[in-house]
Design a protein. Structure first.
Length: 253
């Protein structure tokens, strides 16, 4: 079973090398690594070039944002399973893809898996732990989704249900997982595994204001598009639910 890992990057010269190294260090070897670069100008491409003989595909061209980049990567991917690793992030251990592959191999009817991620500094000191353990599709109406960097899905599911909405700035991952897991009820399994360290303060973590004024309205739009009844009050309640992500950090440190 081949796993395609996609990294979408733009001007991440200070973090992209650790991201690449964490993919190349995986013990599971049937991996297709794809990097989609949006014409970086800060030296990112020079770093990528150091590893070009170990990366299956490097595409560098202007795009229409993160989700457009992901869609390009998915379209190019030849793996049975597809996942994304952001350019500010890195795998939490060297056997992550091996354990993801095992989950699929043990259940031929499984269409997707989710796991855990952690927000951490460059020394892996964890400040927030985001687990998919208690996720259920009914939580989408509260603006709650599984941690996207832990979401690995079969390529044929993407072919059947469509790609990311490139018109979204922040909530394209929410909309896709809502469409897959809630509307179309694809099968998923929680794997009790810390899969990814997300760098605290990185591009992928966003800011509070951006989440309040860009992400939340997009979440409402995504719910309406897919026929899920919700409202802004319910969406804002997710911040109370997120408190659990800050409790128990010491347990995972």
């Amino acid at each position: 079973m081949k796993i395609s890992v996609i990294t979408v990057v733009y001007n991440s010269v200070t973090t992209i090398e650790k991201t690449i190294q964490s993919v190349l260090a995986q013990s599971y070897k049937n991996v297709e690594y794809i990097i989609i670069d949006a014409k970086s100008t800060d030296g990112t491409l020079a770093v990528i070039d150091k590893y070009k003989d170990k990366i299956a595909i490097v595409l560098s061209e202007k795009d229409n944002g993160y989700y457009d980049g992901l869609n390009k990567g998915i379209s190019l991917a030849t793996g049975d399973i597809i996942g994304a690793l952001n350019a500010d992030d890195r795998f939490a251990a060297n056997d992550i893809l091996e354990k993801i592959a095992a989950a699929f191999n043990n259940n031929p009817n499984l269409e997707s898996v989710i796991g855990d991620i952690a927000f951490a500094d460059k020394n892996n000191k964890i400040s927030r732990y985001y687990s998919g353990a208690n996720f259920k599709p009914s939580l989408f109406k509260w603006g709650v989704m599984p941690p996207h960097p832990s979401f690995y899905c079969k390529k044929n599911t993407y072919n059947r249900l469509g790609l990311y909405g490139a018109n979204y700035k922040l909530a394209g991952d929410f909309e896709l997982m809502l469409r897959y897991l809630w509307k179309n009820k694809i099968t998923f399994k929680y794997v009790p595994l810390l899969m990814v360290y997300m760098q605290k303060g990185g591009k992928s973590t966003g800011s509070i204001c951006t989440n309040l004024f860009v992400n939340n309205p997009e979440v409402i739009t995504a719910c309406k598009k897919n026929g899920l009844n919700t409202n802004m009050f319910k969406i804002y309640m997710k911040y109370l639910l997120k408190i659990n992500q800050f409790w128990g950090v010491k347990k995972h440190a």
